[in-house]
Design a protein. Sequence first.
Lengths: 177, 256
Amino acid sequence: MDDCDSLMRRVANGDRSALAAIFDLEAARLVAIAKRIVRRRELAEDVVQEAFVTIWRKAALFDHERGAARAWMTTIVRHRALNLIRDGSRLDFHDADQLATLGDRAADADAAYADLPETEDLKRCLDQLEPERRRSIVMAYVVGFSHGEIAAHLGAPVGTVKAWIRRGVASLKECLS
Amino acid sequence: MTSQELIMRAGDYVLGLMDEADRARAERDMTIDPEFREAVWSLAQRLEVLDRSAPFEPVSDTLWSRIEAATAGTSQQTRLELVQSDMAASGTPLTAPDRHGVLGLRRPMSGFFRGARGTALAATMLAACALGYVVGQASVTARDPEVVVVLLNEEDVPGALVEAYGDDRVRILPLTDFDVPAGKVLEVWTLYDAAVGPVSLGTMSSSREAVLSGPDLPTPRPDQLYEITLEDAPRSPAGRPLGPILVKGLAVSPPR
């Protein structure tokens, strides 16, 4: 059990100092994750703020989920960030900006994959996927592309992208286990 | 749902490709389906490696004080409240009957539902609500339980959810924190035949989800009684319940 898991159990018992300790350990990482999705640092910090309120409120649920505190927090932050960009009303991009942003985001996703150390199982298993399945999964995870955005970027029908991702995830899981 | 489908669904959840409604259903199923929960967290932990390349972001000095201020006015929710809100968000509310919700009754009538018969009826009504998760399109696991039971306490508040399988396994999901003092255990019982009397299915040392591999018994049937009592560790020496009954309920079979 890592630090975060034991701290989260304390948070579940109402310990605010444990929440502060988690913040010190994890905030920079979580802001970075959110920023890759929402693109702007002040928005990323808003996301992390809201996520910490959720973590505080729902910590009892974590305790039930046995030892995945970091993954749990990451998931809350990513879903919060995705709500923000899919809601869209707070982003106010013009069309041209949006196209450029789509390209920038895809490049970020490709870079995240390229940066994976060769020694990581995830790298080895992603390497085994067909390129379009791999790129779809990485774009969805790293920069929060929707099915539609992936389809637009790769020039494929949305239904095809959905199938790529689902089959890709199944192969990935098999390779990783 | 095959394990392949379960993994693909976990993938859509972790990657953030679900709409609000599907996400709410997935989170409800994570509360009650350990297999799905495990699929989600194992994938999420694997994909975390991709986060490491995110460029380091300095955090504003004010962020923690903003969080501190926001959480100061926010109270924490209990497990039971969270499970209930997960259920409600996904369209399968799990509400204690005999109050205002499921039966839609006002107080004066509620006495009718008290006592053994009342509990049985209440449990059946509750189980019918809870069944959504068992039969819901996306969440049927490879092997469905024969019966599902919502165990209620004396006030008819749900305290545990039980799924009993044809191979004698019993899955218990506590919905409340039972107080288990040192030297005591929670013992789970069923009454499948009044002539035989209550049979122990196993014990639990704390109010955590557990799967018990019970003794070889006939296939669980609707209306079979299940209950949890507090006994001296390691188990009731008499082989029948001696301690107080914490929760009890009657089984219903999920529609297929």
